[in-house]
Design a binder for this molecule. Structure first.
Ligand code: 5AD
Ligand code: SF4
Length: 438
């Protein structure tokens, strides 16, 4: 979401006649787009701001601005603290940046952290500088009304609002014309997307029709109101990817209740079964928080067993980090000691790595359609890209290029990556008809 927001800010700045530079030393204005989701995200920002302090000393008129979630949370602290920051702009106030910049030019500190009920930046065409030219993020809604007890997002990003479907589909058309081959539709809680009669299932169907050779992914849905109809649409439309990120957070019912996640372990597992029934071969990933307030050893074991049962292809695992203003901060005590959180986290990570390796081994010998995203990290002679099911694959470059769909046979793996041999350049349509005849 922050990458996507940065591209909106890029667009606003470009309209003002500003141009991006590669090195911070050459900039007149530096913006940091920030995240508040966990303490360590904020620590990183403070460290980065301190790095800019010496630049500010060398260059009197350098403007440093803090954008995003952290802006709203700690605007006063951020402005005062040793004059590190000149400008603070919350996630709904980016249109105000040009005006705020001129206030700073006049020698004032400038702040706008007001949240909005309507702002979706629907008419702003993002300037895509953060991606690889093959995959793009498209924001479909902003804010969140779920109020999970641990989460600061409803406070930093405000109320839920959906972007009009027409403007989303227009952006997808433009991306397809620009040669993008994959789009991820983004929102804090995509299954509550609503624009008139158009719900998320309808949006996904319409998105699939824009360009049959453009892959569509989405993140993140909530397990509490996941529409079964959407699973059928994903199963039927070959460019809707067979991969679902479905955050569980915990595998224990009491913890889920304390977290204000309105589903049970049993309901969650039923949903996973339904997903696998309707979309054979679907891959799954999740978010897990370990060491939430009052979490006992048994409750932790329930998370371990949920993860062992589901066997996720990928998991984002975090130690609980208390955030100001959340229900958990006001009502509960952050009472699982740091060492215990760490130990539980490493237990779930270790189990998860073993599961991933086991699942990846099963891929050996299988054919996949890989969308080449760019050069592999390890070697210039290799390309990397992802399968429809979101698994990263590395293969020899030969004559293939970034943006190609390549048919690849998997021949090796680690817990994180598949290695394969490229067979031929292909397309979604060709690959699917080959698979049917095979
Ligand atoms: N501490 C740790 N992890 C958190 N997340 C959200 N809030 C917190 C917190 N206070 C995690 C959740 C969410 C993901 C984006 O970040 O797992 O799904
Ligand atoms: Fe945070 Fe819960 Fe909303 Fe996700 S659904 S952004 S975890 S409040």
């Amino acid at each position: 979401m922050n990458f996507s927001d940065t591209e909106i800010v890029n667009s606003i700045l470009t309209e003002e006649g500003m141009e991006p530079v590669q090195e911070a030393e050459n900039a007149d204005v530096i913006f940091l787009n920030t995240c508040s989701i966990r303490e360590n995200a904020e620590t990183k920002v403070w460290n980065r701001l301190k790095e800019f302090r010496s630049l500010k000393k060398e260059k009197d008129d350098l403007t440093v601005g803090v954008l995003g979630c952290m802006a709203e949370r700690i605007r006063d602290k951020i402005i005062d603290k040793e004059g590190l920051v000149d400008m603070v702009v919350g996630p709904d106030a980016y249109r105000d940046i040009p005006k705020l910049l001129s206030e700073v030019e006049d020698g004032r500190k400038a702040v706008n952290v007001l949240l909005s009920l309507e702002e979706t930046y629907a008419d702003i065409k993002p300037v895509r500088t953060t991606g690889n030219g093959v995959s793009a993020f498209v924001t479909i809604m902003r804010g969140c009304d779920n109020m999970c007890a641990f989460c600061v997002v409803p406070f930093t990003r405000g109320r839920e609002r959906s972007r009009p479907m027409g403007s989303i589909l227009d952006e997808l058309k433009q991306l397809s014309e620009q040669g993008y081959k994959e789009v991820t539709l983004l929102g804090q809680n995509v299954n509550s997307y609503l624009d008139g009669d158009n719900d998320f299932t309808k949006l996904m169907y319409e998105a699939s029709q824009v360009d049959p050779e453009m892959r569509i992914r989405f993140s993140s849905p909530h397990p509490k109101d996941f529409p079964e109809e959407l699973l059928h649409v994903i199963a039927e439309q070959s460019n809707l990817c067979n991969y679902i990120h479905i955050p569980a957070q915990s595998g224990n019912n009491e913890v889920l209740e304390r977290m204000r996640r309105p589903y049970t372990r049993e309901q969650y597992l039923d949903l996973i079964d339904t997903m696998r029934e309707i979309i054979p071969g679907v891959t799954l990933s999740t978010d897990i928080i370990t060491g939430f307030c009052d979490e006992t050893e048994e409750e932790h074991e329930d998370t371990m067993s949920l993860m062992a049962k589901v066997k996720y292809d990928l998991a984002y695992m975090f130690a609980y980090s208390e955030r100001g203003r959340t229900l958990a901060q006001r009502k509960y005590e952050d009472n699982v000691p740091e060492e215990v959180k760490k130990r539980r986290l490493s237990e779930i990570i270790e189990q998860q790595m073993n599961i991933q390796e086991e699942l990846n081994k099963k891929e050996i010998g299988k054919k996949h359609l890989v969308l080449a995203e760019g050069t592999s990290k390890r070697s210039d002679e290799q390309l990397c890209g992802r399968t429809d099911t979101n698994k990263m694959v590395v293969f020899d470059r030969e004559d293939y290029n970034k943006g190609d769909y390549v048919e690849v046979v998997i021949n090796d793996c680690t817990s994180a990556t598949l290695m394969g041999e490229a067979i031929k350049k292909s397309s979604i349509e060709e690959f699917n008809s080959d698979m049917v005849t095979a």
